[in-house]
Design a protein around this ligand. Structure first.
Ligand code: ZN
Length: 340
C-alpha cells in the first residue's frame, strides 16, 4: 500500500474572505455573504489539495477565524465580553474569554462545513478540532477551579461534535494538542485521558497533532530556548503509545526533534511533518523524501503518512500551494523508491 499524504490542518485564506497570510484575521464579510464565501474558499482549498495530489483531504480550516476560539464561542458558560489576560503555553500573554458557568454545547459548530466538504471529493476526509488541554489553555477559569475538570467538560462537548462530524462523512477526526508539548505533568495526570474521552466511541480513525506551533515570533523565540535537541516528545510519547488514538502528527522538517523518538510510538500511524510551515522556502520533493526516509527507520511504511509540520494559514497562498505540491511529489518519490 502506498504512503499517503495529508496536511496538518489549515491553509491560507483567500484575501476576499479574510486578510491573507495572517493568523486570526477577521472576516471581511458577514451573514449569508460570509457563509457563501466560506464554502467557496473551502472549494478552492480542496481543489488545491487535489490538484497537488494530496491523498487525505481537509477543509483547510477556511471557516474558522481561530482554531480554538471559533469552536469555543459556540458553547455556553463562557463570557466573551469581559476578557482577562492570561499567559498562553508559558510563552505570551493574550486576552482570553472567561469561563463563568457550567459549559454546555449550544449547537454543532462545524457539521455543515463537514457535510459540504463531503460533497467536494470522494477521497478520505480529515477534520480537525482543538484538543481539550489546548482549549483550556486559552480560557480564564472562574467556575471549575480545576484544569482537569474543565478539560473533561470540553472533552464531552468535543465528543458530541466529533460524532456529528463522523455522521456527516468524515473519516479521520484529529484533535490539535500543541499544549501537550508544554504541560507534561498534566498530560500524564489527565491530558491523555481527556483526549481519549473526546475521541471515545468514534467509528472514524482518530488522530492527535502535536507541534511546536505556527512560525510566529513568540514560538520562534521559544524554540530558540529549547537547545540542540528537542526531546519534549519523549515525555508524552509513552502515554500516547498506550492510548486509543490511532494517528499521531509530528513536526519533523527543520525541527531538532531526534527522529529516533518516533520508535516509542511503533505500531501507531505516524504523520511525519515533512513541510516546514515557519519558512517561505518551498521544499523540494527530495527535501520531503529525505525526512520520510529517515522516519522509515522507526515507523513501518504501512503506518507512515507524509504531512506538514503544522497549519499553513500564516503563509502566502502561492507558497502554501508550492508546499502542497512538494509534499505530494516527495511522497510519490518515496513510493517509487520503495516500489509501492
Ligand atoms: Zn500545529
Amino acid at each position: 500500500m502506498k504512503i499517503k499524504s495529508a496536511i496538518a490542518g489549515s491553509l491560507p485564506k483567500p484575501h476576499w474572505l479574510a486578510e491573507s497570510a495572517q493568523l486570526w484575521a477577521p472576516w471581511r464579510l458577514e451573514g449569508e455573504e460570509l457563509r457563501e464565501a466560506k464554502n467557496d474558499a473551502m472549494t478552492i482549498a480542496v481543489a488545491n489539495q487535489l490538484r497537488a495530489g494530496i491523498d487525505v483531504i481537509g477543509d483547510g480550516e477556511q471557516s474558522r477565524q481561530h482554531f480554538v476560539t471559533t469552536f469555543v464561542e459556540n458553547q455556553s458558560g463562557i463570557d466573551f465580553k469581559n476578557k482577562k489576560t492570561m499567559r498562553i503555553r508559558d510563552r505570551y500573554d493574550a486576552l482570553v474569554p472567561v469561563v463563568v458557568d457550567q459549559i454546555h454545547r449550544e449547537r454543532s459548530v462545524f457539521v455543515e462545513d463537514a457535510k459540504f466538504l463531503r460533497t467536494l471529493t470522494d477521497k478520505t476526509l480529515k477534520f480537525t478540532l482543538p484538543g481539550p488541554m489546548t482549549i483550556i489553555d486559552t480560557l480564564f477559569d472562574q467556575h471549575y477551579g480545576s484544569r482537569e475538570q474543565l478539560a473533561f467538560a470540553f472533552a464531552e462537548i468535543l465528543n458530541e461534535e466529533a460524532k456529528e462530524l463522523v455522521a456527516a462523512g468524515i473519516d479521520i477526526i484529529q484533535f490539535d494538542e500543541p499544549a501537550f508539548n508544554v504541560f507534561f505533568d498534566d498530560v500524564r495526570n489527565w491530558g491523555v485521558a481527556a483526549l481519549e474521552r473526546a475521541a471515545s466511541g468514534l467509528s472514524s480513525k482518530t488522530a492527535v497533532h502535536i507541534c511546536y506551533g505556527y512560525g510566529i515570533e513568540a514560538n520562534i523565540k521559544w524554540k530558540n530556548t529549547l537547545g540542540d535537541e528537542w526531546r519534549q516528545y519523549e515525555n508524552i510519547f509513552p502515554m500516547l503509545a498506550q492510548s486509543s488514538i490511532d494517528q499521531i502528527s509530528l513536526e519533523c522538517q527543520n525541527s531538532k526533534v531526534p527522529m529516533e523518538l518516533v520508535e516509542i510510538l511503533r505500531g501507531k500511524q505516524i504523520m511525519i511533518g515533512a513541510i516546514d510551515v515557519a519558512s517561505n522556502t518551498v521544499e523540494s520533493a527530495e527535501d520531503v523524501a529525505k525526512v520520510l526516509r529517515e522516519a522509515l527507520a522507526y515507523v513501518d511504511a504501512e503506518n507512515l503518512l507524509a504531512c506538514t509540520n503544522c497549519g499553513m494559514v500564516p503563509l502566502a497562498r502561492d507558497v502554501a500551494n508550492g508546499k502542497l505540491q512538494a509534499l505530494a511529489a516527495g511522497t510519490a518519490l518515496l513510493n517509487n523508491e520503495l516500489g509501492l
